[in-house]
Write a protein that binds this ligand. Structure first.
Ligand code: ADP
Ligand code: MG
Length: 290
């Protein structure tokens, strides 16, 4: 391998907005067989909106402030969507106490004398709240690529909510280009399985690994590595271990610092078209060397 062609390749990458943090990455990328991507903030904008709230009987204007109060203490993008919706409705959001976040599950707090719990279906199962009455809505939301969430008040099911996070405009083209390059495409997400599958269908993703707990992403990635050299693309704090474990870790430049520091390569913009570009650049550069 001539250092000159590597330098030229790295320089070309930089011009395109592809930053190699590891010189080795330009070489390793050529051998990639699988590209695994995080969903939220990588394939999607990472800016969800609250689209639906179906209550078990309470009025929206009485319930949404309780839910938003709990979420006002959370930093999850879903939380921001819910707080924003309450503000847009012109509702006053009370101050919660005894707030607790359960990673990959949901949040809980006391609000105006009530115990309020908000999160995924698996969180409701864990705390013993029966959500069967919302089964129809849950499937309808998930099939529309929305994430269903639940709220319980004083241990009773109170509502199902849905948030939608738009797919990035650059995602379909980037994934089609990866397929054209002969790569298998996988998605790893903590989100609901049915929602993840709806998004995967829209994007033509080959393999979906859903409902992964934050600490489970590395194991999911190791499983894929059984089939060959695997690239992982992510943006979040949760993604850092998988970025380090991957044969090539690629961070989205708009993501968290810890993701960037754990990656071999950084795509400066949130635009995904540079993902196939980076692989094509690697192949072209290494062809010149051999
Ligand atoms: P992801 O980044 O893929 O959404 P997370 O591990 O952060 O993965 O979250 C997994 C799931 O846990 C979310 O899809 C959601 O259902 C639930 N969850 C996590 N945090 C919250 C929160 N603050 N409010 C409601 N639900 C939450
Ligand atoms: Mg993410």
């Amino acid at each position: 391998a001539t250092p000159t062609s590597i330098m030229v390749g790295t320089g070309k990458g930089a011009e395109m907005g592809i930053l190699f943090r590891q010189g080795q990455a330009l070489q390793s990328l050529r051998d990639a067989r699988v590209v695994a991507l995080d969903k939220t903030g990588t394939l999607t904008e990472g800016r969800p909106e609250l689209t639906d709230l179906v209550t078990a009987g309470m009025e929206r204007r009485s319930l949404l402030p309780l839910i938003a109060a709990v979420e006002s203490r959370s930093e999850h993008p879903i939380a921001e969507a819910i707080v924003r919706a309450a503000e847009q409705d012109g509702l006053e959001v009370p101050t919660p106490t005894e707030f607790e976040a359960v990673a990959g599950m949901g949040v809980t707090a006391r609000v105006a004398g009530h115990l309020v719990q908000v999160g995924a279906a698996r969180f409701m199962t864990q705390i013993g709240v029966d959500i069967d009455r919302f089964a129809t809505e849950s499937d309808r939301f998930a099939d529309a690529a929305k994430t269903p969430l639940y709220a319980a008040v004083d241990g009773e099911p109170a509502a199902i909510l849905a948030v939608a996070d738009p797919i990035k405009a650059s995602a379909p083209g980037a994934l089609a280009a990866l397929h054209q390059l002969g790569l298998r495409v996988a998605m790893i997400t903590g989100d609901n399985r049915r929602t993840a599958e709806a998004i995967a269908r829209q994007l033509g993703i080959d393999t979906v690994i859903a409902e992964v707990m934050p600490e489970g992403k590395v194991d999911a990635l190791r499983g894929l590595q059984g089939d060959g050299s695997t690239v992982f693309v992510g943006d979040g704090i949760n993604d850092a271990p998988a970025l380090a474990q991957a044969d090539v870790g690629i961070a989205i430049g708009t993501g968290t610092d810890i993701a960037i520091e754990s990656a071999d390569l950084v795509l400066i913009s949130g635009d995904l078209s540079n993902l196939p570009n980076a692989i094509a650049l690697s192949r072209a550069t290494m062809r010149n060397i051999r």
